[in-house]
Design a protein around this ligand. Structure first.
Ligand SMILES: [Zn+2]
Length: 489
């Protein structure tokens, strides 16, 4: 296994959990693996491809995520990888079908899995491993429930219950129970590792208003050790800040979000990876496929809408084990934006009506091809997640009236659930006791070690996270104490 790791993945050693999970998978056990962000979950199914006989089938929730993974596999010299999703044209589909046995890895989106044509193609294969990536999407208790994930278990059965690996970075116990249940897993081995990342210090900076937030961000970015990522909830703000910061950091800053074309996104990831860029101004679209070891800071200009996302995003720092810091900036009125974001994740009632008016006109004999059709016809920007939800409910409803009734009910329920999750995040921001302890408690864990640099409540030695080189004359004149005061007052 060590040889495979070196030859195919260019790593010298396994990270925490990887080897155990891989052994379980090779032994043909159904396996649930919860590995914290940054431990390289994808290796757990990519390496067994060189040991097991047959194809590795991976179910992945989003097109961008799938594309990232495919590119990464190709980048390490493995060409036997294909992705089946609704956006392939007829010729691409035919090519994959004809050569289906050639591929070592096949990525499939959940809606394609329920397509009969895909099912017949896949059923000809010996599936060595059935992988469900982001498996928490299957649970209504999870933060990112995707109704089309509920079909995966049935498809797994139809494919003859191949050995299954469910992967997630953050899932509370009730979510893991749902994963087992809905995937019909057979006495699975569970590998659950602590979500704690002791080398990442946690700091929350409460600011009086949006203006002082801007000032604070500027100070932080100037002084913290780089490279780093700044997360924004809005694409426009990510763009604006990237432009503004570039004038200070001479082109070493870039914006990254869903509106940036795929090819450019890959290029940005590479530039960041090879230290050509120091700072990425990103939305949550950034990070999944990024394996950069030396990220020193994560700043949240906007708080995520749930603790799980926060944990995943800060987890991108300090993969090399070195000191890193996560700073969250918070103004009381941020909550309005967060509530709006929750609403926007789901289709609005007018979007539902619009969807109905469009599908009524469409003469689509194959409903599974609705996704690309709709993106073509719908001028309003529907997100991929919104469309997937609409299509799932549309396909399962007997009448349009029922469809509308059911989907609106679902949307209400999700908004309630997600608002509760938002308040859990806000509660954490207002913690009066150790932040790490509270974060761990949320995941039913307890703090086992006392850290010297834990969080702002326990007390942090900020010097460790600041640039030691002094870039300009003003900084030269200040001593450490003054510099610290400048940043955290
Ligand atoms: Zn603490």
């Amino acid at each position: 296994m060590d040889v495979l790791l070196k030859n195919h993945f260019f790593h010298q050693s396994f990270r925490q959990g990887q080897e155990e999970v891989i052994r379980s998978v090779i032994n043909g056990r159904d396996t649930i693996a919860m590995l914290p962000t940054g431990t390289g979950k994808s290796l757990c199914y990519q390496l067994p491809a060189y040991i097991l006989e047959g194809t590795i089938l991976i179910i992945s929730p989003l097109l961008s995520l799938m594309q990232d993974q495919v590119e990464q596999i190709k980048a390490r010299g493995e060409k036997r990888v294909a992705a089946i999703n609704s956006f392939l044209d007829y010729e691409e589909k035919q090519f994959i079908i004809k050569n289906i046995h050639y591929f070592r890895y096949i990525y499939v989106s959940p809606e394609m899995l329920t397509n009969n044509w895909i099912y017949h193609t896949l059923s000809k294969l010996k599936i060595a491993l059935f992988v469900v990536d982001e498996a928490h999407c299957i649970s209504q208790w999870g933060y990112d429930f995707r109704p089309d994930y509920l079909e995966i278990g049935k498809m797994r059965k139809r494919l003859g219950n191949p050995p299954t690996l469910a992967l997630t970075a953050t899932a509370r116990k009730e979510v893991r129970e749902d994963i087992k249940h809905y995937l019909f897993m057979n006495n699975p081995k569970e590998y659950v590792y602590s979500v704690d990342r002791p080398n990442i210090a946690l700091h929350v900076e409460k600011v009086a208003n949006q203006n002082s937030k801007k000032e604070k961000l500027m100070e932080l970015v100037k002084q913290l050790k780089k490279p780093g990522i700044i997360y924004f909830s809005s694409k426009k703000m990510a763009d604006d800040w990237a432009t503004q910061l570039n004038s200070i950091f001479q082109g070493k800053v870039a914006a990254y979000h869903a509106n940036i074309p795929q090819q450019e996104r890959i290029l940005l990831q590479q530039q960041f990876l090879y230290n050509k860029l120091d700072i990425i101004c990103a939305t949550s679209a950034f990070g999944m496929g990024v394996n950069k070891e030396n990220i020193r800071f994560i700043i949240h200009y906007h708080a995520p809408t749930q603790v799980e996302s926060y944990l995943q995003e800060i987890g991108r720092a300090g993969r090399d084990g070195q000191d890193s810091i996560a700073v969250l900036l918070f103004a009381e009125d941020d909550i309005y934006l967060q509530k709006q974001l929750i609403q926007m994740e789901l289709p609005s009632e007018s979007q539902v009506d619009y969807f109905i008016s469009i599908v009524d006109k469409l003469d689509s004999s194959n409903k599974f091809d609705l996704l690309p059709h709709l993106q073509q016809f719908i001028p309003e920007p529907f997100s991929e997640v919104q469309l997937r939800i609409l299509i799932k409910f549309y396909n399962q409803s007997v009448t349009i009236t029922k469809f509308k009734e059911e989907i609106l009910q679902f949307i209400q329920m999700r908004i309630r659930h997600k608002t509760n999750k938002l308040y859990e995040m806000i509660d954490w921001i207002h913690s009066s006791t150790c932040r790490r302890e509270n974060l761990l408690r949320y995941f039913q864990e307890s703090k086992t070690i006392e850290l010297i640099n834990c969080c702002d409540i326990c007390g942090l030695n900020m010097e460790r996270y600041l640039e030691t080189e002094k870039h300009d004359a003003t900084n030269d004149k200040l001593n450490w104490k003054e510099r610290l005061q400048q940043i955290f007052t």
